[in-house]
Design a protein around this ligand. Structure first.
Ligand code: UDP
Length: 311
């Protein structure tokens, strides 16, 4: 099958492209490299069956030939990007999704939209099942991402209902692993890089807020299971091993053998206080569940970053 992967040079996208190639699919990777990395592209281009197009899908999708599937992973996704790239996020979450939907419809292709646990906002239901409608601040600093992703779900469902598009919607929970940007501002990349450089780990607030972290290989296995299934979704794809931020900070220090310690800094506005996926639908409909324990996934992530900063 020919698969178009939008955002294919990004953290999850690069692993998605590699896994599609592993199973014999042909891949056209489209990325504007705003948060994706040229290194991820170079590493991909060493393989057979892949081509790379540098383009902003919000403007257009300049690709040739027809596709059997379109996987949309294109969007800056770190909270640190929500300010500087606010308008780009709204563009890619609206015009970008619309352009990719048009292409999928032209080819009768299956369309996988990467949505997010952020659609649940500050959740009043815990853990979060897909049936929960969420609690999002529509004008807060995270709204550009949260609302763009909610709009992306609505647009995808409208095309599914109106034109019979074969849609798949994944709600991705916190994902970590090799190919995260070292400086992208997210928790795992910050903590690992700080510990490896001997700098104190910056815990936001008192660190009692929780997240549930999924290793990137597991995440992509879940996304592929959804793509291959007959389930429209939305489906939560993540790991339900919930931890406090402070626990993860301590675990990272342990695994790095670092004595750099922890400093407590201001917590960003609207930072959700708890997050854990209810995986009932993923298990039942996709027969998928995450397999990598946090300790093991973090150890692999630390090795990957160590090689890059020469630590
Ligand atoms: N966080 C932190 N220190 C950092 C970066 C993030 O304590 O240097 C916290 C952040 O406030 C949030 C959690 O870690 O509570 C996860 O943040 P991340 O940016 O990775 O993803 P989010 O789940 O907020 O999208």
């Amino acid at each position: 099958m020919r698969v178009l992967v939008a955002g294919g040079a990004g953290f999850i996208g690069a692993t998605m492209c590699a896994r599609l190639l592993d199973r014999g699919d042909e891949v056209t990777c489209v990325d504007n490299l705003v948060t994706g990395s040229a290194d991820n592209v170079t590493y991909l281009l060493d393989r057979k069956g892949i081509s790379f197009v540098e383009a902003d899908v919000s403007v257009g999708v300049p690709v040739e030939g027809s596709f059997g599937a379109v996987v949309n992973l294109a969007c800056p996704a770190s909270p640190a990007d929500f300010g500087p790239l606010a308008l780009e996020i709204l563009d890619v979450g609206s015009r970008g999704v619309a352009n990719l939907l048009a292409l999928a419809e032209r080819d009768g292709a299956r369309f996988l939209q990467a949505s997010t646990s952020e659609v649940y906002g500050e959740p009043l239901v815990h853990p979060q099942p897909e049936s929960y409608w969420g609690n999002v601040n529509p004008v807060g600093p995270r709204s550009v991402y949260d609302e763009a992703k909610r709009f992306g779900e609505a647009l995808t469902m409208a095309h599914h209902r109106k034109y019979g598009l074969e849609a798949r919607i994944a709600r991705i929970f916190n994902t970590y692993g090799p190919r995260m940007r070292a400086n992208d501002g997210r928790m795992v990349s910050n903590f690992v890089n700080q510990a490896l450089r001997g700098e104190p780990i910056t815990v936001h607030g008192d660190g009692s807020q929780t997240r549930s972290f999924c290793y990137v290989d597991d995440e992509v296995t879940g996304l592929l299971a959804l793509l291959d299934s007959s389930c429209t979704g939305p489906v939560n794809i993540g790991n339900d091993d919930e931890r406090t931020v402070l626990d993860v900070a301590q675990l990272v220090l342990d695994l790095c053998g670092s004595t750099s310690g922890i400093i407590f800094v201001d917590r960003p506005a609207d930072d959700p206080s708890q997050r854990r996926p209810d995986l009932t639908v993923a298990k039942r409909e996709l027969g998928w569940q995450p397999a990598t324990p946090l300790r093991e996934g973090l150890a692999r992530t630390i090795e990957w970053f160590k090689d890059r900063i020469g630590g």
